[in-house]
Design a protein around this ligand. Structure first.
Ligand code: AP5
Ligand code: MG
Ligand code: ZN
Length: 214
């Protein structure tokens, strides 16, 4: 299966993608995680992306399209993939359509997780991430078993630099102006699966699987 998962910042894309990719045995690709890894490694692309990410702005389309094209051409994507955080603009969606067509790959569905804006700020400011494996936790809604340690790998938890109130508000504004139009874009292609993300994590997962006929 080849899937996209979309939704506003804090909707639970990363949280769901991790389990969903395991469940469906497909490759989980997050453009945000790829950029954070490039920043950690201090690459040229990382340096470029960092400026945008710290302000909550989108990284330019040409950069994102380039790294996604390269990632999708790797052999582990042949078993199917779940793209988290791409596309985020109509230009990116059109580029994706072109690249999949060239590769002879068909998109099976677009999962759209909806959560009211007023809930997202608290989700993001309370989020903690594993420095080692990238798993997401929340100080209230998804606590690690041991404080400050990842359940999956024991790694140290940290707070993302773009998870402060000012930057989160900018990310939400940009989502509404640049990314929300993709809901109509995919609805018109009969690919959209609308999911209520304002429920327990387990219930959201169950709804996603049901929408995929699993
Ligand atoms: P990215 O890393 O993709 O960030 P985002 O889209 O802002 O989304 P988040 O990762 O913040 O939220 P999420 O939906 O994954 O939520 P999560 O599961 O963690 O992108 C970061 C930046 O990179 C962008 O701003 C941009 O600069 C750049 N970038 C990336 N892709 C790009 C592209 N294509 N084009 C241009 N630029 C790009 O959950 C959030 C919190 O809520 C967690 O604490 C979690 O535990 C909790 N939670 C999850 N589900 C629930 C639930 N059901 N109930 C209660 N709490 C929950
Ligand atoms: Mg995420
Ligand atoms: Zn971890």
């Amino acid at each position: 299966m080849n899937l996209l998962i979309m939704g506003p910042p804090g909707a639970g894309k990363g949280t769901q993608a991790e389990t969903l990719a395991q469940e469906l045995q497909i490759t989980n690709i997050s453009t945000g995680d790829m950029f954070r890894e490039a920043i950690r490694q201090g690459t040229e692309m990382g340096k470029k992306a960092k400026e945008y990410m710290e302000m909550g702005e989108l990284v330019p389309d040409s950069v994102v399209v380039g790294i996604t094209r390269e990632r999708l051409s790797q052999p582990d994507c042949a078993r199917g993939f779940l793209l988290d955080g791409f596309p985020r603009t109509v230009v990116q969606a059109e580029a994706l359509e072109d690249m999949l067509e060239t590769m002879g790959i068909v998109l099976d569905g677009v999962i759209n997780i909806a959560v009211p804006r007023e809930k997202l700020l608290e989700r993001l400011t309370g989020r903690r991430i594993c420095r080692n494996c990238g798993a997401s936790y929340h100080l209230r809604y998804n606590k690690p078993k041991v404080e400050n340690k990842c359940d999956a790998c024991g790694g140290e938890l940290y707070q993302r630099s773009d998870d402060n109130e000012v930057v989160v508000n900018n990310r939400l504004d940009i989502y509404e102006s640049k990314t929300e139009p993709l809901i109509d874009y995919y609805a018109s292609r009969s690919l959209l699966k609308n999911i209520n993300g304002d429920q327990d994590i387990e219930k959201v997962l169950a709804d996603i699987l049901a929408s995929l006929g699993k």
